[in-house]
Design a protein around this ligand. Structure first.
Ligand SMILES: NC(=O)N[C@@H](CC(=O)O)C(=O)O
Length: 345
């Protein structure tokens, strides 16, 4: 770390991002590659990325969009369905796919092909445990009797707890955690259980989304919770525990699909992700903990080398643009028009 006017960090990675496909990739890959050296690429395309072949083809489409002289490696993930077999897992692992993602069916954007009952994928989880492939979880139950603000807690109680016990050496990441329950569960869980935390869940709570008018650009899943959950996430992220690391969950939905009667879930944070995290860590008085969270604990968990280069953030207030272009569409970045103190040099 340098002086407080400038911070130099080991180059960071994003352990959870949605890049989408086609015309979106020029925008999303460019933004991610400007800040991160590697990213875990979510497989919830339509149709989803369900096997090695689809993952390798998607990887090639992403690599084609890395800006010239860019240094960015996509780390591929397959999407678990009720029909994912141990053979599918083994082939994906052999092809270099690092993880498989569980979307409970109906939980979020493009999750219709997701898993309807966790026991349907127990043979696949067995195979993942054997070969060392990581399990990434969207941790929300989806039954209509469970309130949207309780879905993560109930998932932890009913699904995650048993899976952690039934597969004692499976490496598991509970993605984009949003509650004090999740932070506590992960902090106390066995080795090999970790969590990612987004910038938006560190910076905002449900009041930001709902007080004084409904603000669709803050709507994501799992949904923003009460302030005390936000405080617990800040505490976890800045604690120095290697169980918590950076995952933006950046998701590009066009302005038209956000600002409408039934808007899509997802926040576009990739444009200024590392700067948003710096803001959150500084507000917590823990800027010195950003490097572990952003650049060290993720690769350590995945068993990958830490990056060797660095990035520098300077204290230079700047205003985020009010909108971005994504192919032919307009995309509103999270915190559009707001001023951030830290800027990537
Ligand atoms: N975070 C979101 O609200 N949306 C994500 C999916 C997800 O991670 O839930 C998306 O793909 O749009």
């Amino acid at each position: 770390m340098d002086s407080k006017q400038q911070i130099t960090l080991r180059a960071p990675d994003d352990w959870h991002i949605h890049l989408r496909d086609g015309a979106a990739l020029a925008r999303t890959v460019g933004d991610a590659a400007r800040q991160f050296r590697r990213a875990i690429i979510m497989p919830n395309l339509v149709p989803p990325v369900v096997n090695a072949e689809a993952a390798l083809a998607y990887k090639a489409r992403i690599e084609a969009e890395v800006p010239e002289n860019g240094d960015f490696t996509p780390l591929m993930v397959i999407y678990l369905t009720d029909n994912t077999t141990p053979e599918v897992v083994q082939q994906a692992h052999a092809a270099g796919v690092v993880a498989a993602k569980l979307y409970p069916a109906g939980a979020t954007t493009n999750s219709d092909s997701g898993v309807t009952d966790i026991t349907n994928i127990y043979p696949a989880l067995e195979a993942m445990q054997s070969c060392g492939m990581k399990l990434l979880l969207h941790g929300e139950v989806t039954t209509s009797d469970i309130d949207i603000f309780d879905r993560e807690r109930v998932f932890i109680e009913n699904i995650l707890g048993p899976v952690v016990g039934d597969f004692p050496s499976l490496k598991i990441v509970l993605e984009h955690i949003t509650t004090a329950h999740a932070a506590e569960f992960v902090a106390n869980a066995r080795d090999g259980v970790a969590a990612t935390i987004t910038a938006h869940h560190l910076l905002y709570n449900r009041n930001h989304m709902l007080v004084g008018g409904i603000r669709p650009h803050f709507y994501c899943l799992p949904i923003l919770k009460r302030g005390y959950h936000q405080s617990a996430l800040i505490e976890a992220a800045t604690s120095g525990s290697p169980k918590f690391f950076l995952g933006t969950d950046s998701a590009p939905h066009t302005q038209g699909k956000k600002e409408t009667a039934c808007g899509c879930a997802g926040c576009y944070t990739a444009f200024s992700a590392i700067e948003l995290y710096a803001e959150a860590f500084e507000q917590a008085g823990k800027l010195e903990r950003l490097e572990g969270f952003a650049s060290e604990f993720g690769p350590d968990f995945y068993g990958l080398p830490r990056n060797t280069g660095t990035i520098t953030l300077v204290r230079e207030p700047w205003t985020l643009p009010s909108g971005l272009q994504m192919g032919p569409d307009s995309l509103i970045p999270l915190a559009a028009g707001e001023t951030l103190n830290w800027r990537l040099a």
